[in-house]
Design a binder for this molecule. Structure first.
Ligand code: ADP
Length: 498
């Protein structure tokens, strides 16, 4: 019988625990790139180099795929209870080392300390949830039309899962995917973003301590230059059964095309262009509070951050005035300060993108009510919380995901107009609206073309809910039991001649 004792995590004092690591993790071993190359990881808040990670390429990824494939041969047959215990121990270690993980997220993603802590709590919750949910992956016995036959339906893990993650939630995007894949009985090859590989490696240290068998979970780190080669291999390899990707629509489309050659399972969580609508019946104070929280979380660098604000004419002036006051109160600065809410953008490319989108809007007639420029007194990558009005649909801020601390406001008069403008995009990830009119709440919630809808609510992410998009925002769902289903397939077993 399986002994729980085997899975007790190694006892390490949190204060002395050092989770920084500069090696990748393949087949239960800490390894350099075969080429011996490394790349630097910098703190976006200060520009300081905080560490290095192996700059791996397709040859290293092949090693990880082979290891994961070998491990799958036995991992797929572990009992759900046993997988649940591994996940639970991993979660317990993440809780124990919460502060160390938060520190790494703060340093490599530049998040203010409170945001970094929130991310760890949120990221951990996926592993906790999937540790519970793994024991509920159930099949079915379906009544047969023939007397001597039985129809059984079993859920089986798809195989090796390639998990490609972004930098904006370096912890949670990994646990959301890996927690579900491991719960389903899959093994994983994780390719974290080049800006934030150290959190992924810290998670591997804890996975190793949690006792996952070698090869069950692997991390291949690489610079941006090597990412396409690794991505292509994950798509092309017959040993990889499916890919789960969170990132840009552009890369998501490349992966979608490439996976077609092997008809591979694919989950894509891509860019959004979230509307945030405030109707005239709304509680304006609550809408302003929600706008600040949803928009400025992680300095606007979230796929579900509102990207276009539509405010009813009757409450427009009051909303804008209150929003300006709240924006003025936001504190920007060093990540160590507990009161800081706004950190830097992740890198120079992101800073330039945000600046150019604002410049484009201003050149086409948008008005800057506050912000509209960098904040070099805090650091090279800080951008002031910004409020733009007089937005038109030919401006890039209307069609592009800003991914920065910029609010773009439109005025509207009718519900039809607001819904039409909100849906006038190829993207459909999140959408928010504020209203106290019950009929309107049901009507608009139904009509918004999004996969995630917040009604009088800015906080949407939770392990219990399925998140994902419609239209070009992606395929599949993450979180909730549905997140596990993405890593399973149904097998129909017909028992005859009974
Ligand atoms: P962003 O523009 O926000 O960095 P990306 O979609 O470019 O978003 O990156 C998300 C993840 O996809 C990162 O881990 C990155 O290294 C990886 N990536 C980038 N290009 C490719 C590619 N061609 N194939 C596979 N992964 C890629």
């Amino acid at each position: 019988m399986f002994a729980v004792k085997t899975f007790r995590p190694v006892q390490v004092q949190p204060r002395t625990m050092h989770l920084f690591n500069n090696k990748a993790y393949i087949n239960g071993e800490w390894v350099s790139a075969k080429s011996n190359k490394v790349f630097e990881v910098t703190n976006p808040a200060t520009g300081e180099v905080i560490g290095t990670a192996p700059d791996m390429d397709a040859a290293d990824a092949q090693h990880a795929i082979d290891s994961a494939s070998k491990a799958f041969a036995t991992w797929q047959y572990t009992t759900a209870k046993r997988r649940s215990l591994y996940l639970r121990h991993w979660f317990d270690l993440m809780v124990k080392h919460h502060e160390s993980l938060a520190k790494i997220v703060r340093l490599e993603a530049g998040k203010p300390v409170m945001e970094a802590r929130h991310e760890i709590t949120y990221g951990n919750s996926f592993v906790e949830f999937f540790s519970e949910e793994t024991r509920r992956i159930q099949g079915a016995i379906i009544p047969s039309p023939v007397a001597n036959k039985k129809i059984l339906v079993e859920k089986q893990p798809i195989g090796v899962a390639g998990l490609i993650t972004p930098w904006n939630f370096p912890h949670a995007m990994i646990t959301r995917k890996a927690g579900a894949a491991l719960a389903a009985g899959c093994t994983c090859v994780i390719k974290p973003a080049e800006d934030t590989p150290l959190t992924a490696l810290a998670l591997m240290l804890l996975a190793q301590q949690a006792g996952f068998p070698k090869g069950v979970v692997n991390v291949v780190t690489s610079s941006r230059g090597n990412a396409p080669g690794i991505g292509n291999l994950l798509c092309d390899s017959h040993l990889v059964a499916g890919i789960s990707f969170t990132g840009s629509t552009q890369v998501g489309k490349l992966l979608y095309k490439r996976c077609s050659s092997r008809v591979k399972r694919l989950a894509l969580e891509l860019g959004g262009n979230a509307p945030f609508i405030v109707y005239k019946s709304a509680d304006v104070d609550s809408a302003v509070k929600g706008a600040i929280a949803a928009k400025f979380r992680n300095s606007g660098q979230a796929c579900i951050a509102p990207n276009r604000f539509f405010i009813h004419s009757d409450i427009y002036d009051s909303f804008v005035e209150k929003l300006i006051n709240e924006i003025k109160a936001l504190k920007m600065g060093s990540g160590e300060d507990l009161e800081v809410q706004i950190g830097p953008l992740i890198n120079q490319a992101q800073f330039e993108k945000v600046s150019s989108l604002v410049q484009d809007a201003v050149s086409k007639g948008a008005k800057v009510l506050i912000g509209g420029k960098g904040a070099p007194q805090h650091g090279r990558l800080f951008y002031e919380p910004t409020l733009l009005t007089d937005i038109k649909d030919d401006m890039m801020v209307y069609t592009e995901e800003v991914f920065g601390p910029v609010v773009n406001i439109f005025r509207f008069d009718s519900e039809e107009e607001s819904v039409a403008m909100a849906n006038n995009t190829e993207r459909g990830l999140a959408g928010y609206f504020y209203s106290q009119d019950v009929s309107q709440i049901f009507r608009v919630a139904r009509k918004l073309e999004v996969g995630i809808c917040g009604v009088n609510q800015d906080m949407l992410s939770t392990a219990e809910a399925p998140v994902g998009g419609v239209k070009e925002s992606g395929l599949g769902r993450e979180g909730s039991h549905q997140g596990i289903e993405e890593f399973t397939y149904l097998k129909y077993i017909a028992l005859g001649n009974l």
